[in-house]
Design a protein around this ligand. Structure first.
Ligand SMILES: [Zn+2]
Length: 101
């Protein structure tokens, strides 16, 4: 199967029950994804933000060698958003001087 994050050809170590375990040779490494999340992404045709997800996995590996990506993590920080949404998340700071009149 393909890597759920970057779509590279990967090895599915385990795919039963509540989660799938994937080994991606393209940079995502070894991780688990909840089955609910996989189903949700397919249904909604959504994707991981590759950069953010790989950073998240790297950080999570300090605590857990094979991090499990839950629907919660995905919704909070890993969902790929297009540029329109991004402007809402990070509002552009006004560069105009405060003293203008
Ligand atoms: Zn990958």
């Amino acid at each position: 199967m393909k890597c759920l994050i970057c779509q590279a050809v990967s090895h599915t170590v385990h795919a039963a029950g509540d989660w799938s375990e994937v080994k991606c040779p393209a940079g995502c490494g070894h991780y688990k994804v909840s089955a609910n999340l996989v189903a949700k992404m397919k249904f909604k045709n959504e994707f991981f933000d590759i950069e953010r997800t790989r950073r998240w996995l790297k950080m999570s590996r300090y605590d857990e060698p094979v991090p499990l990506i839950s629907t919660y993590d995905y919704n909070v920080s890993l969902l790929h958003r297009d540029t329109e949404d991004r402007s809402v998340i990070a509002p552009i700071r006004s560069r105009q001087p405060l003293t203008s009149d």
